[in-house]
Design a protein around this ligand. Structure first.
Ligand code: NAD
Length: 500
């Protein structure tokens, strides 16, 4: 296809599409075929400033709109998302490569946050105390922050933005979303759906691009807060830079999630869980299981034998094809990076039991599932996030040894334990150093009314994302102490006021 026929996607500013003033652009691919489908502008400081200016102008009126009216926009948005779920899933499948059912699943998880946001009149309700002193009342309330920014990764084009903006908006903030340059389309689709749902112009804006746009957004003096989800080095950069500029920041980073299999676990359930959580979405999930820790050699052998069988039967192909279980990786460069870890693992002395490289044929960015055994904590394939369909087996002798492994890893996003014993499970939940724990559940992604976030270098900042933590992050607290004159004015007091 000649490059002249390829469209460049736009921004969404002040309720309508806008063209970037940046002359540079990068390719957007269809990972299943390797074709370039679109171009995305590199973005400029001017683009970022236009989006922030629109959001800044819209704040005064939107923040003064009663919460139940703001919630009505979300009710309408939810209905539109549900009505168009198949079309939206097709966009995700086309740009990201994940299978259609998985794309519908991520939309569903995003819609659940929208549903949670519909409850904002109750969630934002304040506190009131009659008579904090004689004839004096006290009340506390949550106020919106102002313009808030969301910077998101490629792997969940719908769900991760929806972890942020539904709650930010119903709290009365205005929003600027910076989508991943690899999957720019869904954000624009959601922007026009929000407008059709009654959201006033300027309340939600989208600015495309990369580093230049992000750095302009997170240092703009009109921006109050930044939500970031992506890799750990960038999360740390965002956290440092934006907090230095005085912003409130939540920056969620990378992961290396362990699944521990106890000798009393149901091995078939554990292997089913491993197949889905290690290889679903080609391992490109921050909650993917990338390390399995069987306790004892007997369990290790049983898990290994069944995984080998199951991987041989794994259906890899375009996400639009019926019955396909795993799609391609996001780009050729990312696939090359994942492949480089297969060589690194072998060089470091791990046993490559199944090598996914034999599924690399054709122009699409496919890679089969790989399994390493006898991985040890010093190896790069253990220490670093690979973000592909590669599962590492680290054998442990005891529960304590497995727990120590999980706790010593620099990442602490999610983890899981498969066991039949309640006591072991309880100890694991209590002592493990990770933000999200699954017991016989491989990908323990919290529901919308709980909150999502990791520990250690998987999250920089104080707040997890969505749920009540989201409401706290996107609001600040104010307390008023109120006395109405009743007959006579009181004399001046020079000591610390105490309740009388
Ligand atoms: P990434 O860090 O490369 O990019 C994330 C965002 O940051 C993108 O919008 C990108 O344009 C921007 N960005 C990239 N480099 C930048 C720079 N130097 N300065 C400013 N902005 C920059 O991540 P990705 O490859 O899109 O996504 C995969 C990563 O995201 C994985 O590490 C995965 O674990 C992580 N992730 C984490 C969670 C979580 O909840 N913890 C969820 C999803 C993905």
């Amino acid at each position: 296809m000649p490059s002249t026929t390829i469209d460049t996607v736009g921004n969404w500013i002040n309720g309508r599409t806008a063209t970037s003033d940046s002359p540079d652009a990068t390719n957007v691919y269809r990972p299943a075929t390797g074709e370039v489908t679109k171009r995305v502008p590199a973005g400029s400081r001017t683009d970022a400033e236009a989006a922030v200016a629109a959001a800044h102008r819209a704040f005064e009126s939107w923040s003064a709109t009663p919460p139940h009216i703001r919630a009505r926009v979300m009710f309408a948005f939810r209905d539109r998302l549900l009505a168009d779920i198949d079309d939206l899933a097709a966009i995700i499948c086309d740009e990201h490569g994940k299978v259609l059912d998985d794309a519908r699943g991520e939309l569903q998880r995003g819609i659940e946050v929208v549903e949670f946001a519909c409850g904002i009149p109750d969630l934002m309700k304040g506190e009131f105390t009659e008579n904090v002193g004689t004839n004096v009342d006290g009340m506390s309330m949550r106020k919106p922050l102002g313009v808030v920014v969301g910077v998101v990764p490629f792997n969940f084009p719908a769900m991760v933005p929806m972890w942020m903006f539904p709650i930010a908006l119903v709290c009365g903030n205005t929003f600027v979303l910076k989508p991943s340059e690899k999957v720019p389309t869904l954000a624009l689709k959601m922007a026009s759906m929000l407008a059709d749902s009654g959201l006033p112009d300027g309340v939600f804006n989208v600015v495309q691009g990369g580093q230049t746009v992000v750095n302009a957004l997170i240092t703009d003096p009109r921006v109050e807060a930044v939500s970031f989800v992506g890799s750990t080095p960038i999360a740390e950069h965002i956290y440092r830079t934006a907090t230095e500029s005085g912003k409130r920041v939540q920056a969620l980073g990378g992961a290396k999630n362990h699944l521990v299999v106890m000798p009393d676990a149901d091995i078939d359930s554990a292997v089913n869980a491993l197949m889905g959580s290690a290889f679903g979405s080609a391992g490109e999930r921050c909650m993917a299981i990338s390390v399995v820790v069987p306790i004892g050699d007997e369990v290790a052998q049983a898990v290994r034998d069944r995984l080998v069988e199951r991987i041989a039967a794994l259906r890899v192909g375009a996400g639009t094809e019926p019955d396909v279980e795993m799609g391609p990786l996001i780009t050729r460069e990312h696939r090359d990076r994942v492949i480089s870890y297969l060589s690194a693992g072998v060089e470091d002395g791990a046993e490559l039991v199944v090598d996914g490289r034999d599924r690399c044929d054709g122009p699409g960015f496919f890679l089969g599932a790989s399994l390493f055994d006898h991985v040890t904590p010093e190896m790069r394939i253990y220490r670093e996030e690979i973000f592909g369909p590669v599962l590492a087996m680290v054998r442990a002798e005891s529960f304590e040894e497995a727990l120590e492994l999980v706790n010593d890893h620099e990442f602490g996003n999610g983890t899981a334990l498969f066991t039949a014993d309640g006591g072991t499970a309880r100890t694991f939940i209590s002592r493990v150093r990770a933000g999200m724990v699954g017991i016989n559940v491989p990908i323990p992604v919290p529901m919308a009314f709980h909150s999502f976030g990791g520990w250690k270098r998987s999250l920089f900042g104080d707040h997890h994302i969505h749920g009540r933590e989201g409401v706290r992050f996107y609001t600040r607290y104010k307390t008023a102490t109120i006395r109405w004159p009743q007959g006579r004015s009181s004399a001046a007091e020079f000591v610390m006021p105490t309740a009388k």
